[in-house]
Design a protein around this ligand. Sequence first.
Ligand SMILES: [Zn+2]
Length: 156
Amino acid sequence: MADLLLDDRGVILTCPNCEQRNRVLYERLSDPVRCGKCKRELSSPASPVEIVTAGDFDRLVANASIPVVVDYWAPWCGPCRMVAPELQKVAARRAGRILVVKVNTEALPDLGQRFNVRSIPMLAVFAQGREVARTVGARPASDIEAFIDQAIHAHR
Ligand SMILES: [Zn+2]
């Protein structure tokens, strides 16, 4: 699968058939998507997406039609490396129902500061524009899914 990218309006999916880049707007993340060029149906984002700017992050959490799970990490953090493959599994299993993003707190210190991230790895769930739950520490995919389910359920 091609690397996922994201900009201030949506997630960019590269069509595996014709390589056309298609933007899926944040407010339509839960809808089925067809390639604008060859009309082939595209699969929902099934991998964590790295956040590049704080502005993209803000637009995403404000507009996303599905819950956003944020992994705050840093290159020097050993336990963060253990979380990465577990989050990959979660993103694949929940494709189309949640969007998993990664925030490098070293590259984006303003986000870490704004959300008061004191220790990493930290996972947070955003729904309808606001943070509804957070948890610190590495854990297996099944525990991450239980945490997400509880966060979303409690929010409804
Ligand atoms: Zn295509």
